[in-house]
Design a binder for this molecule. Structure first.
Ligand code: HEC
Ligand code: HEC
Ligand code: HEC
Ligand code: HEC
Ligand code: HEC
Ligand code: HEC
Ligand code: HEC
Ligand code: HEC
Ligand code: HEC
Ligand code: HEC
Length: 329
């Protein structure tokens, strides 16, 4: 019994020694290397002159972003090969293309295959990004208004900033305003969503990469988009106001207006855009005699002053009261 144990021990020690010997040198070093470390070719092999950082130091914040995470096998940092011998350069080629020639002759223009300046053509830029990002919300990118009008990923995204401003709620709108100045104006009107204070961004309602809905909304309809946060307007109502169930933008401009609460037009004009056929009291609000100073003003004032029509029709989005057919309760 004892002898067998001793034999076993001897074999085990022998094996361990053998393994250590076999793994010494390069093989051992390779085992110690993290598997996701980028493979590098020596500078002599590629004819590269200097690491990119010597000339482009300002662009290295990218190594601290998600694209620089070497432990994530899908990132440019993990998949790229360095041509300069500096592991930090391995990622550059994933977006800018093969930079071997540029690195040899940095001052010769035109040797960087993919550049992201405003004057650079859109397609190669977008293809470089879509190579990894075709999935997710980008399935609607092709055919979207932004794609059709030759915007690029870099129109909105900043890859070399340590924080991409369009991904941060507080700063997102300012990126969109570079092109959508009319929206900037609307957002500074009296009655607005708290977008300008950074409470939520344009992307709460809009899918920037495109969608199947008009105005690239996040949901299938305008109303579904609004119900995300205004669930109380969804109903079902016993008595619905058909125009509200149809489309919130019949009455509201969700970017902002000067008629609180974000109404497109002042009351009662707003209502009278749709309710003005004869025989209906709603059409008489601004008959000559009913205006201030007119003989019938007193009798009609409640349709004009204060909340005008909603003085009485206060359940304007719909009513659940058994006798709320006229949206009064
Ligand atoms: C010896 C200095 C030097 C080295 C090394 C160098 N570059 Fe450049 N790079 C330049 C110069 C100069 C330009 C041209 C700048 C300009 O036109 O404004 C440039 C331009 C670029 C551009 C933008 C091209 C454009 O027209 O917008 C990219 C991207 C770039 N380099 C990436 C790299 C990468 C990646 C490496 C390493 C593989 C690298 N560079 C190595 C000097 C260098
Ligand atoms: C994830 C894709 C991506 C990677 C990886 C990447 N870049 Fe860029 N690079 C861009 C984009 C997009 C721009 C446009 C400006 C911005 O987004 O900040 C740009 C701009 C530049 C510019 C300015 C000239 C231009 O084309 O506008 C230089 C220089 C540059 N990058 C160098 C580098 C270097 C060096 C590396 C490697 C350390 C690198 N880039 C890695 C996407 C990338
Ligand atoms: C080699 C593949 C690859 C390429 C090329 C690439 N990306 Fe990425 N990107 C990734 C991976 C992986 C992530 C991390 C995803 C995650 O964490 O879920 C990422 C993350 C992002 C994010 C989210 C960042 C965050 O902070 O949440 C944005 C935005 C992005 N990429 C835009 C771009 C743009 C724009 C380009 C082209 C200029 C580009 N990417 C090129 C692989 C790539
Ligand atoms: C009109 C501006 C705009 C353009 C153009 C744009 N993006 Fe975005 N992107 C955004 C915004 C805003 C977000 C944040 C989305 C959110 O919060 O729902 C985002 C998020 C992302 C993300 C991270 C979230 C996710 O869905 O995985 C990736 C990756 C991304 N964009 C890639 C791209 C690529 C690739 C392109 C070019 C084909 C592109 N973007 C073009 C505005 C834009
Ligand atoms: C570089 C310019 C540019 C930037 C930045 C930009 N857009 Fe656009 N956007 C356009 C252009 C051009 C159109 C098409 C013409 C139009 O409708 O005004 C458009 C159209 C749209 C549309 C209408 C889409 C449709 O399907 O009808 C929406 C919504 C939109 N952008 C939202 C945004 C948001 C949100 C951002 C910021 C995250 C943004 N845009 C950033 C240029 C830009
Ligand atoms: C509360 C939801 C909401 C927010 C937040 C929002 N939008 Fe909109 N946006 C809409 C709706 C709904 C429409 C469709 C209006 C219509 O068709 O009458 C729209 C339409 C648009 C259009 C297209 C207009 C057209 O004529 O086709 C653009 C561009 C746009 N929005 C940009 C922005 C930008 C930029 C931001 C951020 C500053 C933003 N939106 C924030 C809901 C929103
Ligand atoms: C991301 C959540 C969100 C979405 C989506 C959203 N809203 Fe809002 N909405 C808010 C918040 C938050 C307020 C502010 C409430 C407050 O100030 O008390 C608000 C306020 C309002 C107000 C009243 C403003 C006031 O001055 O009292 C109106 C009207 C309104 N939203 C309409 C809409 C419409 C129409 C849509 C769809 C196009 C929509 N909202 C989509 C969050 C949202
Ligand atoms: C027929 C016009 C009309 C339509 C359509 C409409 N609203 Fe309104 N909404 C109003 C009026 C008028 C007020 C102000 C009510 C008041 O002063 O009592 C208002 C007020 C609001 C308010 C703020 C006050 C509150 O009750 O919380 C929100 C939020 C709102 N609407 C969201 C929506 C949403 C979401 C939709 C789409 C489902 C919608 N509205 C459709 C006319 C409309
Ligand atoms: C975009 C058009 C539109 C606007 C604007 C509008 N409505 Fe309506 N309203 C309708 C429609 C359509 C009906 C349903 C009529 C029907 O069923 O015969 C309706 C029904 C009503 C009813 C119930 C009457 C009934 O016979 O069922 C009242 C009350 C009403 N609206 C009041 C208002 C008030 C007050 C406003 C202004 C805040 C307003 N409406 C704005 C389209 C509109
Ligand atoms: C003083 C309260 C009051 C005010 C203010 C008021 N209404 Fe009415 N409204 C009523 C009553 C009560 C009915 C129900 C009449 C009936 O059933 O015979 C009604 C009915 C309606 C109807 C249903 C069709 C009809 O004639 O029966 C519509 C539409 C309507 N009002 C729209 C409006 C509009 C638009 C305004 C603003 C210009 C307005 N109302 C202001 C009390 C008011």
């Amino acid at each position: 019994m004892n002898q067998t144990i001793q034999k076993c021990r001897a074999v085990a020690v022998g094996l361990a020694l053998l393994m250590a010997a076999g793994l010494s040198g390069s093989a051992f070093a390779q085992l110690g290397k993290a598997p996701d470390e980028p493979q590098t070719r020596s500078r002599a092999e590629t004819g590269a002159t200097k690491p990119c950082v010597e000339c482009h130091e300002g662009f290295y914040a990218i190594t601290k972003t998600k694209h620089g995470v070497k432990g994530d096998a899908r990132t440019p940092a993990a998949t790229g090969k360095s041509i300069t011998g500096d592991p930090a350069d391995a990622m550059c080629g994933a977006c800018h293309g093969d930079l071997t020639e540029h690195n040899k002759k940095p001052r010769t223009p035109g040797l960087v295959p993919v550049t992201f300046g405003k004057k650079s053509p859109a397609e190669p830029q977008n293809e470089a990004c879509l190579a990894c990002h075709e999935q997710g919300s980008r399935i609607h990118w092709k055919g979207s208004k932004h794609e059709q009008t030759k915007q690029t990923c870099a129109s909105c995204h900043r890859m070399h900033a340590s924080k991409d401003p369009v991904m941060v709620t507080e700063t997102q709108a300012s990126v969109c305003f570079e092109c959508h100045q009319d929206r900037r104006a609307e957002l500074h009107r009296m009655s607005t969503h708290p977008t300008k204070t950074g409470f939520f961004g344009c992307s709460s309602c809009h899918a920037s990469h495109g969608s199947t809905t008009r105005a690239s909304l996040q949901k299938n309809t305008v109303n579904e988009t609004c119900y995300q946060c205004h669930a109380q307007m969804r109903g079902p109502f016993l008595w619905e106001h058909r125009s509200a169930q149809d489309d919130c933008t019949n009455c509201h401009n969700p970017h902002g207006t000067n008629n609180a609460p974000m109404l497109k037009t002042r009351l009662p004009y707003l209502c009278q855009q749709c309710h003005q056929d004869g025989g209906n009291h709603s059409s008489t609000a601004f008959g000559g005699k009913t205006l201030p100073g007119g003989a019938n003003f007193a009798a009609n004032a409640q349709r004009v002053v204060g909340n005008a029509c909603t003085n009485c029709h206060m359940k304007i989005h719909g009513s659940n009261h058994p006798s709320g057919a006229r949206l009064q309760r």
